[in-house]
Design a binder for this molecule. Sequence first.
Ligand code: SF4
Ligand SMILES: [Zn+2]
Length: 474
Amino acid sequence: MSFADIPVDVGVVYEGERVRKEQMFVELGGPDEDHKFELLLVKPMEEVEDGKVEVVGPDLKDLPEGEHVPFGVKVEVAGEQLERDLEGVFERRIHDFFNYIQGVMHLNQRDTIWLRVAKSSVQKGLDSFRYIGLVLQRMFKAEFPIIEKAQVTFYTDPKAVEEQLKFAREVYEARDARVRGMRDEDVDEFYGCTLCQSFAPTNVCIITPQRYAACGAISWLDARASARINPSGPNFPIPKGECKDPDLGWYTGVDEAAKKYSMGEIEHINLYSLLDHPPCICGCFEAVAFYIPEVDGIGIVHRDFKGVAVNGLPFSTLADQTAGGRQVPGFNGISIEYMRSSRFFKPEGGWSRVVWLPKAVKERVKDAIPPELYDKIATEEDATNLEELKEFLKRVNHPVVERWPKEEEEEEVEEAAPPEAAPPTFAPTVQVPMQPVTMPAAPAGPSFKISFKNVRVRAEKLVFRKLEEEKKKK
Ligand code: SF4
Ligand SMILES: [Zn+2]
């Protein structure tokens, strides 16, 4: 697609385009900015002026080159047949439409957006938000003919961004609250979403009333509204089929849909589990939940967390381990809203298994955490590594401590049997990101003993090779 009055190309081909730091003119929002948002509102006809684009604060060309700035974008649409129920699904498309613009990269959603505009595109003339606003308007109207009018406002003035962000969060909260209280057993259909297949070709998200989409932007109600207005679009109903296990969230209909839409990659999903066939996920999740074998508990880290998680890995590494439409037992991308669900990692014990999460998230979902557990879950202020975490959990008597082998038993096991004979206490295989380890050979040193304590390791292959043989080969 190309628009004569837009200085750069616009089209699906630019969707996966990355703008690296060295190539960028400016970064809008992103992990280094506390204030950023995108919001779409359905308005009465008389309140929307079709084609209007406003910029509150400096325009694109006047932003500091090479820097990051607070940023917000508000799209207001109107149409005789529009309902407010559609706001969530329309809003999710802001992501695609920005990405269609050559040299513009857009990641994430809601109040975690991260955009970059490439220098090369600014040099070609894309120096004003006005052009971007026009593209958004035209794309919305082309994709959804029931949108009759659209206007766009960009915010770069720090005060205005902060104020509007507050308002946006109220809107998100009201949207999310609509599905709270609905239960998976009370509906006949779940919904699928393949919107992110342009990034993760085998990914299909399954959205249920009690399992909000991992991107945090599409509820079951949103997906239903989207499937109704656009039956051939990215959201579609999934008949539940037979419920094989209500606690795991195992439905035959979900398995069939997973197989079909993942092109055979995924055969079985337990909707609520972290460890046993968890749902697959692209890369848009709001947070990553990760199993911590050392304490037999679950850690969670959200996208905006700046430090490293308690297992020593930053969000980005954990996200790489989780993303790409794969099913990775022990890792799962989730939305913040899912933490409020009574199905939240139910098979693993839900909140009673969570041992660590950043303070900011803990405060945000405070009302969902059982009060007797609240002080037992560590944050970055209580523990920054696994040793500190173990100490903390013992001190507060977190329920996971019950699951730990007693120290005396552990000694006995060590004396009585070699580690490989110890019975597995934990059935599913959990993948832990690891680097290959090379141990230097001790030339003529004393023999040594390796003890594994509180770990469960599964290796597909263990290869020992004498170094002399290696040398001879070379
Ligand atoms: S993360 Fe999943 S639910 Fe959200 S837009 Fe992408 S495919 Fe859809
Ligand atoms: Zn995605």
